[in-house]
Design a protein around this ligand. Sequence first.
Ligand code: URA
Length: 447
Amino acid sequence: MSSKFNIVSLIRKKRDGEVLSKEEIRFLIDSYTADEVPDYQISSFLMAAYLNGLSDEESAALTESMLYSGIIVDLSGVPGKKVDKHSTGGVGDKLSLILAPIVASAGVPVPMISGRGLGHTGGTLDKLESIPGFTVDVDLARYKEILEKQNLVLVGQTEEIAPADKRLYALRDVTATVESIPLIAGSIMSKKLAEGIDALVLDVKFGSGAFMKTEQDATKLAQALVAIGEQFNKKTIAYLTSMKQPLGYKIGNWFEIEESIEVLKGEGPEDVTSLSHLLSGTMIYLGDKASSVQEGIEISKQQIENGQAFQKWIDIVKEQGGDPSCIKNPKKYPVAKFEFELKSPRDGYISELDAFEIGTASVELGAGRKVKEDQVDAQAGIILKKKVGDKISKGETILTAYTNKPTTIEPATEQLYSAVSISDTKPEKELMVTKVIDKKGVQDFRL
Ligand code: URA
């Protein structure tokens, strides 16, 4: 390879805490995308970037290089304001599967390009692929065709859309280089800016199950994401949401499809339902179909009550090759070969269900990847029977875990026990959403 820069020197420069130029970052990203630099060199660059951080200029150069590693889709032919939502990643976070059909059924086009599981968190693509026949791999022409026909498309990155992120994402997943504000911001925004949207809602998580453990870091990430969105003239609103315990009761690829069906039928758990309405209400507002977020929330609720959101879900599953019969009748889906229950060692109240430990146990059971080449198991996962604040008696079931790999039962059980704390008194109820961030700044929010 004849090249303008020397890769080893660039890695050394970042390792030593120096600042790379825009051209140097562009060169690294372009060379990796063109298969001219091996995974191990980019991994070590990512680790250096993770440890030493990136300056604002480096972060902007990284986002732009990843964005322009592919094309920016032109959706001007599709009428209406196109709006998407993206989460920074969590455990049991199936919100995309719920709000995409709600918002599309309310008349706002949703072109959604999602990712796979990352570290201990689940990914929308892996969940969608647990629906028999559902394909997330479509080319650009079909992407536009599905969106025009259904007002919704749910796909993975094609080679045309931010291909650099697609490859870096898979590498970060298995090299412990996910939890970095500039790497996450570049990854999310390169994909989102490439997909042809007009506006974006961001769900920025904090807590043990999130990549940002503190509210402070999550606020910084939200500000970085909003700033990039606004710089590209996309209206961007971010909410700071808690990921201390998993969202809802079900964790795992098929289980999360199942719980999203429950919400779309108006029978879902309270936390998932109210967060879905807040985010879809905001998308409906940004899509100009409501004059305020509150009105958007009312429309979102109506779309569930009148059955149109669930019908949209069936339509998109059919459109993308999936079998709608298991959406209409989820009980017919096959269950994993092995299951085990975690029992409470004493009477009390559940005071903690550590989302990181539960997410990691769910990866162990087969729901996520430990190396890039791993296949995820659609049936593996966890169903919680209790949430934080619930009363529990000695011997009562806290959760049931499912796997097809019996050797994972012992390590997962140990991990799951370490995720649970039980107290004598009822813990105080914590807020699920604490802040909203837009171009005007950071404001407190209560949900
Ligand atoms: N979601 C993404 O798309 N990228 C990240 O790096 C983290 C969450």
